[in-house]
Structure formats: C-alpha cells, structure tokens
Ligand binder design. Structure first.
Ligand SMILES: NC(=O)c1ccc[n+]([C@@H]2O[C@H](COP(=O)([O-])OP(=O)(O)OC[C@H]3O[C@@H](n4cnc5c(N)ncnc54)[C@H](OP(=O)(O)O)[C@@H]3O)[C@@H](O)[C@H]2O)c1
Length: 282
C-alpha cells in the first residue's frame, strides 16, 4: 500500500488487517511513488496480490501554480505503479476524484458520465485513471469525494471537518460556499466499501461517494450540529469567494453501481459525522 499515512491509507491498512490480509504500508518517506525504481523494488520484494495507491497530490489550488508537481504524483507515478503491478501480476486499486467532472449535471454523477476536468489537479487525476487502465486489464479505480477521516487530525492537509473546527475556535464568522455541492465520504467507510469491491473481484471504475449530496455550507452546518458548536456561519458563493482553481459546482457521486453489485449503501452523512467525532475523541 502506497500513501499509507494519509486519511484513507490509515483506514485501509486498519480495515485490511481486520479482514486478516497481510499488509505492508509505505508512507512517502519510505516509498515516494514518483521514484519508479523505488516502486518497482518495493513490489518486487513482496510480490503482492493487491496494490493500493492512496498517495496523491491533493492541493487543488496550489496545483494551478505547479501543475507539473500534481501531474508527477497523480498521473506519471500511477504509470510507475501500473507498470510495476504488471511485472508482478498484481491487481492495482487506485483512487480518483469527483473533480474529473465539470459540474454541469444536476444528478449525482454515474461512472459513464463524460469527464471534463476544470483544472490542473483534476486533469492530473483523470490522467492517473487513464494510466492505471492503459497498462492493466484488472485495475479498480474508485472515484470519491470530500474525504474526511480521523487521520486528517494528524496530516498536513487535514480535511474540511478539521478546518471548520479550527475556524470555529477563532471565534470569527465563518463563510462557506452554498453553491457547490459534493458528496463527502467518511474514510473508514470508503475503505470498507473498497475492500467489498475487491472481495467481489470488481474492476473498472466505481463511484464511492458519501451518499448524501450536500453543499459545503450545509455540510458545515451539519458538522457544527454534530460537534455541538454554534459559531456564526454565513453562506457565500463562488462569485464572492474566488479560488485559483475552478471547481465543479455540482460533483455529487451516485453510488448506484456499487449498490448494484451488492454493496451496502452509505449511511446518512450525519451518522458518518457522529462516527467521525466518536473516533476523533477515542
Ligand atoms: N481528500 C479529499 O477531499 C479527496 C477528494 C476526492 C478524491 N480524493 C482522493 O482520495 C485519495 C485519498 O485521499 P486522502 O484524503 O487520503 O489524501 P491525504 O490525506 O492528503 O493523503 C495523501 C497521502 O499521499 C502522500 N503522498 C503525496 N505525495 C506522495 C508521493 N510522491 N509518494 C508517496 N506518498 C505521497 C501524502 O504524504 P505527505 O503528507 O507527506 O504529502 C499523504 O500521506 C486520493 O487519491 C485523493 O486524490 C480525496
């Protein structure tokens, strides 16, 4: 497993161990996936059946200043992984994003909807999907959205929940966009659903979002409700709150395909947040 110290990586390692897999997880200091010989050596020494890539360059706005850095990690490094997997005949499980879509749809996106990324991060992630599928016949590509897991307490990038809690702690009004909708996914559930797909030998692209399409403003409201906090929360929009990267206005993912192959639906987002806070305090 590459990217083992990220929000999702931590949960996948835990979930794999719970399901009695023998797991080796490498964080960036152990294997940098942009180093093709490091990747090749890592896989050659273990000959794994399954390889998970949880490593990613996730700084959507910074990527507009350094598109090469995003492309190296999210695209070319996935090529390294795919080629190394082919050498040892391993199945690759790779993650992608709701940002491969342009957000003009008004229904949760399904796997066959046409992609149209709007910025450097999104283009790099789409290229990663293509590389995984170019070299491997059995790759599983899981697209997800707004990942939040307790690991985000300790990672440099964190997550939206931790950002909201930090802002609430400052005691000033908090402005969050209400005209962008996603389907935030709780990392432990994303890990569990991924392994359910692996157990069913599924390949190709699957959407595993959080199951609840919600604006970032409404998500912030739900977070403060679950955390029993009452900061001043104000709605804003993309016109007032400009960011370097363009983002899809609507990028909720439909989990229908995942459910059709027999996986349990995601619980309501509020339930996932309660689980998050329970784990955070544990
Ligand atoms: N987070 C979201 O909101 C979101 C939304 C949609 C899709 N996704 C996708 O979901 C997957 C998991 O995301 P996440 O939330 O778990 O991300 P995360 O918490 O930011 O973790 C990413 C991990 O990748 C590591 N990494 C970065 N560059 C690397 C490299 N060159 N070699 C090895 N490791 C490297 C990072 O290490 P450092 O900390 O040392 O940089 C970090 O531990 C990613 O594919 C992401 O694109 C995430």
């Amino acid at each position: 497993m590459f990217g083992a110290a990220g929000q999702l990586g931590i949960e996948l390692v835990r979930e794999l161990k719970e399901r009695n897999y023998s797991v080796t997880g490498w964080d960036r200091s152990q294997v940098d996936i942009t180093d093709s010989s490091a990747v090749e050596n890592a896989l050659a020494s273990f000959e794994p059946e399954l390889v998970f890539n949880c490593a990613a360059y996730n700084q959507v706005d910074v990527a507009e200043q350094e598109p090469q850095a995003a492309f190296l990690v999210n695209a070319l490094a996935v090529r390294n992984l795919a080629l190394a997997c082919r050498q040892v005949d391993a199945r690759l499980v790779h993650y992608s994003t709701d940002y491969v879509f342009d957000g003009f749809a008004r229904h949760p996106y399904v796997e066959d909807d046409p992609t149209h990324p709007l910025g450097a991060y999104a283009v790099s992630k789409l290229a990663g999907e293509l590389y995984a599928q170019a070299y491997l016949d059995r790759a599983l590509v899981v697209r997800t959205s707004g990942v939040f897991g307790p690991g985000g307490l300790h990672t440099a990038r964190g997550n939206f929940v931790e950002l909201m809690l930090r802002l609430a702690g400052r005691g000033q009004p908090i402005r969050v966009v209400e005209d962008h909708v996603a389907s935030p996914a709780f990392a432990p559930l994303l890990a569990a659903r991924t392994l359910d797909l692996v157990d069913r030998a599924q390949t190709g692209i699957f959407h595993v979002g959080g199951g609840t399409p919600i604006s970032w403003f409404q998500f912030a409201r739900l977070i403060f409700e679950a955390a029993h906090l009452e900061p001043v929360l104000l709605a804003t929009n993309e016109r007032e709150y400009r960011t370097p990267a363009r983002r899809p206005k609507y990028s909720a993912l439909s989990n229908a395909k995942m459910e059709r192959v027999g996986l349990a639906p995601m619980p309501p987002l509020r339930e996932a947040l309660d689980l998050y806070f329970a784990k955070r305090q544990a």
